[in-house]
Design a protein around this ligand. Structure first.
Ligand code: URA
Length: 186
């Protein structure tokens, strides 16, 4: 028996009211995610940063500007994809998500994924890759290699913010988005 999918607006309302963990106390607002509700590609980042917390939308800061360029390499526009994060609230000072926060928050991502029902999940960076693939293998080894998680094709890629600190990651990121474009056209 399949459980019916929860409409995205209902999941959004649950996220907005969420106080499951203390990150709720420090947020300006939740960042549910945005994009095409029927997207072929679901992009999963890590957590909102300062700009995302202020604007309520994912990837609107420097990493987001770069993400838009990377999507274009794959032949995608932001409106084509749905963009969400592992955590819906900003961790203080942009520290890494904690295991208990991931555990409490990811039921929302799981419901979003079931409802959007994408063909591809692109995981950006270690936290989303480890969560979606249930693996301890790091992004350095997995990036650019197509994986499966149940029925979903999963394509791990470095987090765009990593390339803003370490320019040597740009080539890998851009190559991987080019490969994603090929997979989408195949
Ligand atoms: N980094 C992320 O992982 N997600 C965002 O929404 C912004 C920056």
């Amino acid at each position: 028996m399949h459980k019916p999918h929860i409409p995205l607006d209902e999941i959004r309302a649950e996220v907005q009211a969420c106080h499951r963990c203390p990150l709720a106390d420090g947020r300006t607002q939740t960042v549910f995610g945005e994009g095409n509700p029927n997207a072929r590609v679901l992009i999963v980042g890590e957590a909102p940063g300062k700009n995302e917390d202020l604007q309520g939308e994912p990837f609107v800061g420097a990493a987001g500007k770069y993400l838009n360029e990377l999507l274009a390499i794959a032949g995608l526009k932001r409106e084509d994809v749905f963009i969400a994060n592992v955590l819906k609230c900003r961790p203080p000072g942009n520290r890494n998500p904690r295991p208990e926060e991931i555990e409490l928050c990811t039921p929302y991502l799981r419901e979003q994924t079931r409802t959007i029902d994408p063909e591809f999940i692109v995981t950006l960076g270690n936290f989303s890759t480890k969560f979606i693939l249930k693996t301890e293998v790091g992004i350095t080894r997995l990036h650019g290699k197509l994986q499966m998680a149940g029925k979903f094709k999963v394509f791990p890629i470095f987090h765009p913010a990593a390339a803003l600190y370490d320019g040597s990651k740009r080539v890998a990121l851009e190559d991987d988005f080019a490969t994603l474009g090929e997979l989408l056209r195949a």
